[in-house]
Each structure stands twice: as structure tokens, then as C-alpha cells.
Design a protein. Structure first.
Length: 256
């Protein structure tokens, strides 16, 4: 009986490393396309129950997708408009904000001096050096900012299109995955796809519920304390809370 020679370990390791390198390069250079698709998948998972409900009510398939998609875009646009208008009001209070930032910065410097033994002059020197570096890197920062704005606009344009296509061709996509794994158990593939969709919907729904609870509690607390821009700060804190650990810390600092 002829025995096939097994692949050496170093060859397997080399192939794995090459595959990982190609995958990472593809993700890095293709992020402009991949990221909108990932966000579109999440949005499609969120809108899928509404789309199915409208389909059961005999709505045409395109219309059952366009209606919830349009409503989600309107809600997102309303949130962005509200945040931008509140930011403009914030800028009108720039002197008071500058004074408050100065107070917080001075207390932070005193804490650094007492806790880490970094004197205030050294801290000021670090700040001065940082400002000088930022001035030198200003053209690059402007270029990166322009690219970021361009990417954001492209996301806003591509996201609804991708979401519509994913919802419209969801049956075809499901058949594709089933055929890709046709050598395995077809029922198991259907079960995995069904559970994945359910878990994704529950995760996104949980995030929305958490954001709503945080927004409501912050709004009530800020209004009781008489904090200016209570609704704006509560909404900002709720949105930042979506970022684990860091988001809530930044929100607490901004609301101080």
C-alpha cells in the first residue's frame, strides 16, 4: 500500500503565515469596501424583523426593505443634526468651556505632580513640545482629516446600498453559503446560519436597549442636577458607552 508523505511542519507553518499576511493586507487595503459591508450586515440584521413583518403584510419586497431603511436613515440624520446643532451651541459658550478646561487641567497637573512626581514646569514643557509637533504635522493632519471625511461620505452613500442588496438577496446569499459547505451536513449549515442571524439580532437589540437606558437615566440625572445641555450630554454619553471601557471613561470626563 502506497503511503503519501505528510506535509512537513515548516511548510504548513509557512503557508499559514503567508495566508495570514495576505488576509491582513487584504483587510487593510480593502477596508474602504469591507467596513461598509460589515456595517451593512449589522444594519440588515437589525432591519430584518421589520422587513419580514412587512413582507407578511403583502408589501412588495423592495418596498418592505426601503421603508425601514429610509426610517433608519431619517433617525440617524436626526441624531446627527441634533448633535451638530448642540455642538454649535457649545461653541457659543467657548469662554466658559475654556475656563472649565483650564480648571480641570490645573487639577490634573496637581494630581500628576503629587502622584507621579512630575513637576508642573515639566508638564508644561511636554505640552509645548506636543503643540510644536502638532504644528509641524499640521499639513499631514489636514490631509488625513480630508480622507476621513471622504471615507465617511462614502460610507453614508454605500451603507444604504449594501444594506438594501443584502436584504434583497438574502435568500441567494444563504443558498451560496449552503452550496459552499455542500460536502457537510446541509441541515447543520442552515442551523448555523439561523443561529448566527439570531445572535447578531439579539446583540444589536441589546446594544440599542442599553443605549436607551443609559440615555434615559443620564437625561433624568442631568436635568435633576440642572446641568446645561443635559439632553446633548446624555445622548453623547450613551453613544460613547457603546465603546467598551474607554467610551464610558471619556463620557464621564466630558460630563464633569
Amino acid at each position: 500500500m502506497v503511503q503519501h508523505a505528510s506535509t512537513p511542519f515548516y511548510q504548513k507553518l509557512g503557508l499559514v503565515l503567508i495566508s495570514l499576511t495576505i488576509l491582513c493586507l487584504g483587510l487593510f487595503y480593502g477596508k474602504g469596501i469591507i467596513l461598509p459591508i460589515l456595517f451593512a450586515i449589522l444594519l440588515a440584521m437589525l432591519l430584518l424583523p421589520v422587513t419580514n413583518f412587512l413582507s407578511r403584510k403583502k408589501f412588495p419586497k423592495p418596498l418592505s426593505i426601503i421603508i425601514p431603511l429610509f426610517l433608519s436613515i431619517v433617525i440617524l440624520a436626526a441624531i446627527i443634526y441634533f448633535l451638530s446643532s448642540q455642538v454649535m451651541n457649545f461653541l457659543e459658550d467657548a469662554p466658559a468651556l475654556r475656563e472649565r478646561i483650564t480648571e480641570v487641567g490645573a487639577s490634573f497637573q496637581r494630581w500628576l505632580n503629587s502622584s507621579l512626581n512630575i513637576s508642573v514646569p515639566k508638564q508644561n514643557q511636554y505640552l509645548k513640545d506636543t503643540v510644536d509637533n502638532i504644528k509641524e504635522e499640521a499639513p499631514k493632519i489636514v490631509g488625513v482629516t480630508f480622507l476621513s471625511i471622504t471615507e465617511m461620505v462614502s460610507y453614508l452613500v454605500l451603507l444604504p446600498i449594501y444594506t438594501f442588496l443584502i436584504l434583497y438577496y438574502r435568500s441567494t446569499i444563504k443558498v451560496f453559503f449552503v452550496r459552499v459547505f455542500k460536502n457537510g451536513d446541509e441541515d447543520q449549515v442552515h442551523e448555523v446560519l439561523s443561529k448566527s442571524g439570531t445572535i447578531a439580532q439579539q446583540y444589536i437589540t441589546g446594544l440599542l436597549i442599553e443605549t436607551t437606558i443609559v440615555f434615559t437615566l443620564n437625561t433624568i440625572g442631568f436635568l435633576i442636577l440642572g446641568i446645561k445641555y443635559a439632553i446633548f450630554l446624555a445622548l453623547l454619553a450613551a453613544l460613547l458607552n457603546l465603546i467598551p471601557y474607554v467610551g464610558m471613561l471619556v463620557a464621564n470626563i466630558m460630563c464633569m
